[in-house]
Write a protein that binds this ligand. Structure first.
Ligand SMILES: *Cc1c(COP(=O)(O)O)cnc(C)c1O
Length: 433
């Protein structure tokens, strides 16, 4: 028997989230009020977020305690998650590199997103909020938030990008099973949605549009708050449980990764996986390569501009300093729905701009090819988003083979693909483009 998993006991699970803000080389450019172009004040956000999350968003503390109730809920969603070695993939590639992957696919919602969903719902509950509105692309975020709202007893209203609503009907049923109301976006229940449907009744929607609808529904309701699954600082922070666990697991192995790889939609699974390591690199100047992988058809970090832009299409959010393709960008309906976003987290963007994070992009057909290689070697079917990280990890392993170097490569296995088989069907039929 060859041991392939490094596991942590519940007692070893990190008890704090890591906040990268105080360790950034330069202060993060603040979000701006679009009308005045002045930095927004915390009270500007109180209509949509609870005070505790606004405080976390702006916090300069290096660590924030994870509440007991959230730690308990993390156990429920299978934390701490194993760090697994892809020995069979290494053998198939005939590479001297070691390939590790962090199992965020084991969460019952199918992805890393429960790490922040449970935290956000908990803080809203503590402040007396009864209902959350949100958007979802492929449905992973909606599923995670629905699970969390069901767990803590909050109502949940989801706006799901129509292209995914039609492509991935089973995620909708996951959300409904957990008691959420799910609407295709653009929908007929907001003014913005109605306006877009009047222009095009078959509008495919986008994450930016769904965010606008969820914000409009939240503000109209008066008693609801809004919840975002990525991009914001507090979301990145909640996800650092992933990287902190990974760090402990590499300590147990007595190894240090040379390359850390993650896919980027809004940036949260990448940030959660890499930020604790980037914090160490910034303090101790370690030699580590951080690779952010995105689709060629949504090239935010590799082809976007680093400038202030809105997070949504209807221009309701504060202006965020980030890499962006423009908030009117409508991405092509690739299967990696979670990567179809025009912007990226301000923290991840700043690190790309500083040259600390290296962005790369791949085509849909080549990432599915890589995923098939991985699935056939390891017996696990990855989410289309995760396929991007796998492709980059395989390329690094093949480079290590050429140079005959025993590199240690680790990627974040952000989610499973068992509800994304339509993409695999096209891949197997040879109709994927
Ligand atoms: C949502 C999602 C992503 C992309 O979102 P990030 O905020 O960039 O992490 C990636 N992988 C999976 C499985 C997802 O569900």
């Amino acid at each position: 028997m060859r041991p392939i998993r490094t596991v942590l006991s519940p007692e070893e699970m990190p008890k704090k989230w890591y906040n990268i803000l105080p360790d950034l080389p330069k202060p993060l450019p603040p979000p701006l009020n679009p009308a005045t172009k002045e930095p927004i004040s915390p009270t500007d956000l109180e209509a949509i977020f609870p005070k505790s999350l606004i405080a976390q968003e702006m916090s300069q503390d290096s660590y924030v305690d994870i509440p007991e109730e959230v730690l308990d809920a993390y156990l429920m969603v299978t934390r701490p998650s194993p760090l697994q070695r892809a020995i069979r993939l290494e053998e198939k590639l005939k590479t001297p590199a070691k390939i590790y992957f962090k199992r965020e696919d084991l969460s019952p919602a199918g992805s890393h997103k429960t790490n922040t969903a449970l935290a956000q719902v908990y803080y809203n509950l503590k402040e007396g909020v009864q209902k959350l509105t949100t958007e979802t692309g492929a449905g992973q975020w909606g599923s995670a938030l629905s699970l969390a709202c069901n767990h803590f007893g909050l109502d949940c209203q989801v706006f799901m990008v129509r292209a995914s609503y039609d492509q991935k009907p089973y995620r909708r049923e996951v959300m409904r099973l957990f008691g959420s109301e799910v609407n295709p976006s653009p929908s007929t229940i907001t003014e913005f949605g109605k306006k877009l449907l009047a222009e095009d009744k078959n509008h495919p929607g986008s994450l930016g549009i769904a965010i606008s609808e969820a914000l409009e529904a939240c503000v109209k309701d008066g008693k609801a708050k809004y919840s975002l699954g990525s991009v914001l600082n507090h979301v990145m922070m909640h996800q650092t449980i992933i990287g902190q666990e990974t760090m402990l697991q590499f300590e147990k192995l007595g190894e240090q990764p040379d390359h850390l790889v993650g896919c980027v939609g809004g940036g949260s699974n990448f940030a959660g996986f890499t930020f604790p390591f980037i914090g160490q690199k910034l303090k101790k100047n370690l030699d580590m390569d951080f690779v952010a992988v995105e689709p060629k058809s949504v090239p935010t970090l590799t082809g976007g501009k680093y400038e202030y832009d809105f997070g949504d299409t209807a221009e309701m959010t504060p202006l965020l300093m980030m890499y962006t393709l423009g908030h009117a960008f409508v991405p092509s309906p690739i299967h990696a729905g979670g990567l179809r976003y025009h912007g990226a987290a301000p923290t991840v963007s700043a690190l790309v701009n500083e040259g600390i994070v290296r962005p790369v992009s791949y085509q849909q057909t080549e990432v599915f090819e890589a995923a098939a290689t991985f699935a056939r070697a390891e017996g696990i079917i990855p989410a289309p988003e995760t396929n991007h990280a796998i492709k980059a990890a395989i390329d690094l392993a093949l480079e290590a083979k050429k140079s005959n170097e025993e590199k240690v490569i680790a990627f974040n296995f952000s989610g499973h693909g068992l509800l994304d088989l339509a993409g695999y069907q096209q891949y197997l039929d040879g109709t994927l483009t």
